[in-house]
Write a protein that binds this ligand. Structure first.
Ligand SMILES: *[C@@H]1O[C@H](CO)[C@@H](O)[C@H](O)[C@H]1NC(C)=O
Ligand SMILES: *[C@@H]1O[C@H](CO)[C@@H](O)[C@H](O)[C@H]1NC(C)=O
Ligand SMILES: *[C@@H]1O[C@H](CO)[C@@H](O)[C@H](O)[C@H]1NC(C)=O
Ligand SMILES: *[C@@H]1O[C@H](CO)[C@@H](O)[C@H](O)[C@H]1NC(C)=O
Length: 428
């Protein structure tokens, strides 16, 4: 495959829409990855503003635990593939944190696992931390991770000046007025905005709008990563993937022999492999041992476990087999979050008075949509390999031919950008 063919980013975006009378809210997002072969580079550490008593690592840790809880909630509904962006969801709700008050605010904090970062004397600490996290992750200009937030507001709708200032300051949000009653016009305006934000890669994201909409919050996140050690497409061949004892599918299996970081979590019954992208982002793959029920792992994963895997990784020479896969997942979070304690924001007792004093609003819908595509992309790099000392206990092969979990994270901050589970790689 031509490299140039492969370098077209897939979009992603998510939006929140709030409306007054029949209150409604949509949060939608689309994400895509193309993995491109290039040289190896890392984030260079740059000094940053000191925070008195909470760090970016604390925030990442708490966001990760929220993500794992949300993951468990989703997996309790089905046994299928799962994929979402914890960073995007946390960031969207962090903005709503500034909009909410009273019980709604308390519930948001608790559900997002941010209670301990709330300081009565520093009401802006949490948004400030999100801002610093975003700056830290995107510090290196060569990393292709674009986050954007925009508020589209109905002309007559009064947004509190303080909220408007905060969302501009901490989330660098664009604020635009539209006339939602003019459905066609506002759909065009919003799509145009998303198209421009995603460098023309996302078009026609919004197709319908409730004319009663008063406000729409759109959050987009787009990541494009290239493997540090790309797979050679010439070695990709069809191989079996064992979904369970009874179901086997044929998948395009990629192959790579090189030095990789791996570890084994013996008590969990799973092995971990790190596949680095350039610029300090990695994919961590968690592969349950043969015969191990992945639903047992569902119950065990946590931010604490994740960090222990990362700490114990060891470099070893390895043959890796990873299926190519592509999937698109959508979640209606308004059905899941109340079960996680975030209920009032979706009811008529929602307290969003910091967003608008003179309008009773509630969130009606939060739609999260994510798309991922993993392949070899780029076939020309011949990675130089020097053979290191391989500890006996570590395996020589890492064959991902059964259901697995994956986590895409920023290494400096351990911020979880995306997470997912692949049960059947042939199902989109
Ligand atoms: C980003 O990383 C590359 C490779 O490590 C480095 O050459 C470059 O200077 C970095 N850029 C910034 C803005 O830190
Ligand atoms: C990002 O945050 C990490 C963890 O707090 C820190 O070690 C690193 O120096 C920061 N990097 C930048 C570029 O600010
Ligand atoms: C929102 O919460 C604040 C603080 O608890 C309270 O003073 C206010 O009355 C609440 N407003 C609504 C509409 O619930
Ligand atoms: C892959 O195969 C093609 C066609 O046989 C060949 O031209 C190319 O050099 C091969 N690529 C690598 C990296 O070996």
């Amino acid at each position: 495959m031509e490299l140039s063919e492969a370098i077209f980013p897939k979009p992603n975006g998510c939006w929140l829409k709030l409306s007054q009378a029949r209150i409604m809210m949509i949060h939608k997002m689309k994400i895509g990855f193309i993995f491109i072969l290039t040289y190896m580079c890392f984030l260079t550490p740059v000094h940053q503003a000191q925070l008195p008593d909470a760090t970016l690592s604390d925030l990442s840790f708490k966001n990760m635990d929220f993500a794992m809880n949300l993951y468990r909630k989703i997996s309790s509904y089905h046994d299928k593939n799962i994929f979402f962006s914890p960073l995007s969801i946390s960031t969207s709700f962090a903005a709503l944190l500034m909009a909410s008050d009273g019980v709604t605010h308390e519930e948001l904090l608790k559900c997002l696992n941010l209670e301990q970062l709330e300081r009565a004397n520093q009401p802006e600490l949490i948004p400030k931390l999100f801002q610093l996290l975003h700056e830290n992750i995107t510090q290196n200009g060569t990393l292709k991770l674009d986050e954007g937030m925009a508020l589209f507001v109905q002309r007559q709708f009064e947004v509190e000046q303080k909220f408007e200032n905060q969302i501009k300051m901490f989330f660098d949000a664009d604020i635009k007025t539209v006339d939602f009653a003019d459905k066609k016009g506002s759909v065009r305006l919003i799509n145009e905005y998303i198209k421009q934000k995603t460098e023309d890669k996302v078009t026609g994201m919004v197709s319908d709008l409730d004319p009663l909409t008063q406000l729409m919050l759109i959050n987009t996140i787009f990541f494009q990563g290239a493997w540090q050690m790309p797979f050679d497409a010439n070695f990709t061949q069809s191989a079996p993937f064992y979904i369970d004892n009874y179901n086997v599918v044929q998948v395009p299996m990629m192959f790579k022999e090189d030095k990789f970081h791996i570890m084994e979590d013996i008590s969990l019954g799973a092995k971990v492999l790190k596949l680095p992208y350039q610029e300090g982002v990695s994919m961590l793959i968690l592969l349950p041992n043969k015969g191990m029920d992945y639903t047992v792992i569902d119950d065990e994963i946590s931010a604490e476990k994740f960090l222990s895997w990362v700490r114990k990784l060891q470099k070893t020479k390895l043959e890796v087999n990873l299926p190519k896969f592509k999937m698109e997942q959508s979640y209606s979070l308004q059905n899941l979050l109340p079960e996680m304690g975030m209920a009032s924001i979706f009811s008529n007792s929602a307290n969003l008075t910091r967003l608008s004093k003179n309008a009773r609003i509630q969130v009606s819908e939060v739609l999260h949509k994510a798309v991922i595509e993993v392949d070899e992309t780029g076939t020309t790099a011949a990675a130089a390999t020097t053979i290191g000392i391989t500890p006996y206990s570590l395996p020589r092969t890492f064959i991902i031919n059964r259901p697995f979990f994956f986590f895409i994270y920023h290494e400096d901050t351990n911020c979880l950008l995306f997470m997912g589970r692949v049960i059947d790689p042939t199902k989109n």
